[in-house]
Design a protein around this ligand. Structure first.
Ligand code: SAM
Length: 273
């Protein structure tokens, strides 16, 4: 008989945020595939779980998946976890889940924490529809393009962000989205948990004023209400200036300057659509 692959969510900070069932299954399986044996080892130690760990990450995924499939096909039961939260959500695991399904192996979820849902639930922003965009691109040009493409989305926008890019990401959000409601959830379930609310500019100023910006962040952006000042898209702002007789290159320069964007990025944005 084929084995089972359990996809198990683990805490995003507070070690108590794990289900009874997750602890039981992690004790019962033959192995636990994890990103980092030290991080998962800490969780296993806390709950007295002695199951063998197998490292599974972006760099050994292809090779390690083959070995794990062979074990599942031979009837073993395995659990897939990531360092924090739900595996596959901006975390490794897609290849093993997909491969297991293609091999006819049963894949069962053990739901639990994920930073997206934890942040949404306390954001105070509408949750009826949301768009999760993963991590925003590290480079300003690509990041601006992603934000620009989503500015009229009829949903709360949710992104993951790193401490060294959060301030510049907020500046780009202010420039592309206008002064709409933004929520930044930092270090959820941990000692320094905080949820900052305001416009992107206000939150950027708060973080920028600190000696250092640390921790893990989820950024949430309210959907457009249509009443934001300066709520025109970069492209529409350029078109409006052109319609008023401003040459295209001058319009691009003006809009880039007004919004604190790089001229070349704006040029690329409006010329690659
Ligand atoms: N799989 C995870 C999940 O389900 O939430 C996400 C993994 S992703 C590699 C890590 C990112 O998630 C962090 O950079 C941060 O943006 C977000 N994150 C994880 N834990 C968080 C926390 N406790 N508070 C705020 N954001 C968190």
């Amino acid at each position: 008989m084929l084995g089972i692959l359990y996809v198990v969510s683990t805490p995003i900070g507070n070690l108590e945020d794990i289900t009874y069932r997750a602890v039981r299954i992690l004790k019962e399986v033959d192995w636990i595939a994890c990103e980092d044996t030290r991080t998962t080892g800490h969780l296993l130690h806390h709950y007295g779980i002695q199951t063998r760990m197998v490292s599974y990450h972006d760099h050994n995924e292809a090779e390690r998946s083959k070995e794990l499939f062979a074990r599942l096909i031979a009837g073993e039961k395995g659990a897939l976890v990531s360092d924090a939260g739900t595996p596959l959500i901006s975390d490794p695991g897609f290849r093993i889940v997909r491969g297991a399904l293609e091999a006819g192996i049963r894949v069962e979820p053990l739901p639990g924490p994920s930073a997206i849902l934890a942040a949404l639930a306390v954001s105070g922003l509408p949750t009826d529809q949301f768009h999760f965009g993963g991590f925003l691109p590290p480079k300003q040009g690509a990041r601006t393009r992603v934000l620009e493409a989503l500015r009229n989305e009829d949903a709360t926008l949710v992104f993951y962000e790193t401490p060294h890019r959060i301030v510049e990401a907020l500046a780009d959000i202010a420039a592309t989205m206008g002064p709409r409601e933004v929520v930044v959830a930092r270090e959820l379930t941990k000692l320094h948990e905080e949820v900052l609310r305001g416009t992107a500019d206000q939150i950027r100023a708060t973080l920028d004023a600190r000696d250092s910006v640390r921790g893990e962040f989820v950024v949430l952006i309210a959907k457009a209400t249509g009443s934001e000042e300066g709520g025109l898209s970069v492209e529409d702002a350029i078109t409006r200036l052109e319609a008023a007789g401003v040459p295209r290159m001058d319009a691009i320069k003006t809009v880039a300057k007004e919004r604190g964007l790089n001229k070349r990025d704006v040029y690329k944005l409006v010329n690659t659509k």
